[in-house]
Design a protein around this ligand. Structure first.
Ligand SMILES: CC(=O)[C@@H](O)[C@H](O)COP(=O)(O)O
Ligand SMILES: NCC(=O)COP(=O)(O)O
Length: 259
């Protein structure tokens, strides 16, 4: 029986910054949120420093990079559009992972992945630069199996499957169809030699089912729902609750593989 590495939980702290930015008081602290999540067992921290700085600001990125330097086992994942402001952060901070997201500057939230072949030419040199800096590259992608070989061909190490369509279908009869889509996309990514991450609108209700159905998920990055849960439960209990969901999903997957 093959044992799979435990799916890593990367906490996205965008929404802590969003609340902080509504006053000039510096609270809630983004750094404290990250510290408490790491102390509770989170495997990493994710930020998406959008050009309009609606939530994560440049100073947050540098302070979090310094904090993560004290956590050798934890990873720093910086997301963004490499044709906008992302690359400057990558060059200065050299995080463990850069997640390329094709968002426009004022976009409400991330809602689609890259498209190949049209995006290949402009992404390839930027991916190459990240790799020369020792930074792993993950491409934010829709769950389309046919796109995975092209993602690998431009040099990506991983893809991050955009999971909002699954999350939106979770409480509906379409759940199993969506899970089948993501399973096929993940299998195609693995076949192409890519690692598989996942994220967007994952939460305590839908996470275990996703990991039970979709093979080889190395990392989930979760922010909005996790921070909302932390408002009720606190960061430590929330991280523990999400880790339990990960363990439950992986246990169910291991069981199904033995059948
Ligand atoms: C790429 C993605 O799905 C999210 O990580 C993104 O960071 C969400 O951005 P907002 O927090 O600005 O909605
Ligand atoms: N890449 C997904 C992420 O970092 C957080 O997305 P969400 O949980 O805030 O939807």
């Amino acid at each position: 029986m093959t044992t799979h590495p435990r799916t890593a939980l990367s906490v996205n702290v965008n929404k802590v910054a969003l609340v902080r930015n509504t006053r000039h008081l510096g609270i809630p602290s983004v750094l404290r949120a990250a510290q408490l999540c790491l102390e509770a067992g989170a495997d990493g921290i994710t930020v998406h420093p959008r050009p309009d700085e609606r939530h994560i600001r440049a100073q947050d990125v540098y302070e979090l990079a310094e904090l993560l330097g004290q956590w050798p086992e934890a990873e720093f994942n910086i997301e963004g559009n490499p044709t906008h402001n992302l690359m400057e952060f990558i060059r200065q901070v050299r995080p463990h992972q850069a997640t390329f997201v094709p968002d426009s500057v004022g976009q409400f939230t991330s809602d689609h992945g890259w498209n190949f072949p049209q995006d290949a030419e402009r992404l390839e040199p930027l991916i190459q630069e990240c790799r020369e800096l020792g930074v792993r590259v993950s491409l934010f992608m829709d769950p389309i199996p046919e796109q995975m070989a092209a993602a690998r061909a431009v040099g990506a190490d991983r893809v991050e499957l955009y999971t909002e369509p699954y999350a939106a279908a979770w409480a509906t009869p379409q759940r199993s169809d969506q899970l089948a889509r993501y399973r096929l996309a993940a299998q195609a990514a693995i076949t192409a030699g890519l690692g598989v991450n996942a994220g967007h609108d994952l939460n305590r209700d839908n996470l275990a089912d996703f990991l039970a159905a979709v093979p080889g998920v190395l990392e989930v990055s979760i922010g909005h729902a996790l921070i909302a849960d932390a408002l009720e439960l606190g960061y430590a209990d929330t991280v523990t609750a999400y880790q339990r969901c990960i363990d439950q999903g992986m246990a169910e997957r291991a069981l199904s593989e033995r059948r």
